[in-house]
Design a protein around this ligand. Structure first.
Ligand SMILES: [Zn+2]
Length: 116
């Protein structure tokens, strides 16, 4: 399950980001941006996250996931558009010279720590 690897990565990054001078930190919310093409199953990720955060500062943290649409840009006329599935032809100039500019990212945008 590739969500487990992602969950582990998220925990690692978050733990590194928690300021060291906070005693007994507790993360309440983790805000994420996940591209549609990153093929992350949200409930699998939440499930894995809950398992591996037991007895860590991230235990019971809530994952708030913003889904990022797939965006394509035409290399010829610079037109940008959103698609549900990658479509590799520009609707304007019909060129096939396109690049994907978003849709695969998995980013942590912010975290919220509980007040003591
Ligand atoms: Zn074009």
């Amino acid at each position: 399950m590739h969500e487990m690897g992602i969950a582990e990565e998220l925990v690692k990054i978050t733990m590194d980001a928690i300021p060291e001078d906070i005693a007994d930190p507790k993360v309440e919310i983790l805000n994420l941006r996940i591209g549609k093409l990153a093929s992350v199953v949200e409930h699998s990720l939440t499930f894995c996250f809950e398992i591996i955060t037991k007895d860590t500062p991230l235990e019971n943290a809530r994952l708030v996931i913003e889904t990022i649409p797939v965006k394509i840009r035409c290399k010829v006329c610079r037109r940008e558009w959103e698609v549900d599935d990658p479509m590799f032809k520009c609707p304007d100039c019909k060129e096939g010279e396109v690049e994907m500019i978003s849709g695969r990212e998995i980013d942590i945008t912010s975290m919220e720590l509980a007040d003591e």
